[in-house]
Design a protein around this ligand. Sequence first.
Ligand code: SF4
Length: 293
Amino acid sequence: MDAKTLEQLEQKAAKFIKFQTGKKITWCGNCGNYGIQNALARALVLEGFEREDILLCFDVGCSGNGSDKFEVNTIHGLHGRVLPLAAGAALANSKIKVIAEAGDGATFSEGVNHLVHAVRNNYPVMFIHHNNENYGLTTGQASSLTRCGATMNGTPDGVVVEPINSLDFVLSLKPSFVARGFSGEVDHMTELFRTALRHKGFAFVEVLQFCPTYNRLTPDAWYAERVKFIEDLKGYDRNDIWAARRVVADLEKDIYLGVLYEDPKKVDFLSAQVSRMGVTSELVDEVRRYGVE
Ligand code: SF4
């Protein structure tokens, strides 16, 4: 490696460290959150973001325990409510990049109503869905994405209902961007995050996440044997929503990763507001104090 390349790499590494607070990590060993956090920090650096350009919004859950690990603007919302919080921030100030993170319990149980409207409205938010198929923070209860038959704390005889297919559910809402990564594929996830950061509307990125402590049905080795890259599926058209829905139907055998669907024509919520067209100020700049007599 020549001196110039080494210098460039060192500069990038310094920026990468810049995003991390160094606060005590509370995740279990080999948790998929480590890979997700690293991929996000790398993606932010590679896309040229500075600390002040970013707002990270966290839900409650193991993923939410990443909220004090990033040296950027962060906010921690109520359980299941991170999407309206993130959407409000993004609409108030479009100069910052708003990223929201939540687990499968928060997203597909408590907050599923918010997910529906975030997708429909195409809010300008990048959303990382940490899918470890359980409520990890509260010690491994079944979520609405836990597979049938899984024995969990709270359902020791096994889950008796079929899980929601998360991506098929999102695709049924006519989203503008859907991608899937895997916490064991950090380089691939970094590239997915970079693409999602460039998307103008609501970018739904699911990460299949290891939870070695509570998810015993689908451990990392199980995923490693099944994940495939959508780029290797010959003739796949990521603008075809029905092709995407066919691909995501399989949760057992061929689990495809990558940008699975994109609608380049769908306009994001803010750009569609006639009253904001031609306005150069942000909503936060327009806040005024009024006296009420
Ligand atoms: Fe990670 Fe699971 Fe531990 Fe939570 S419970 S920190 S998701 S391994």
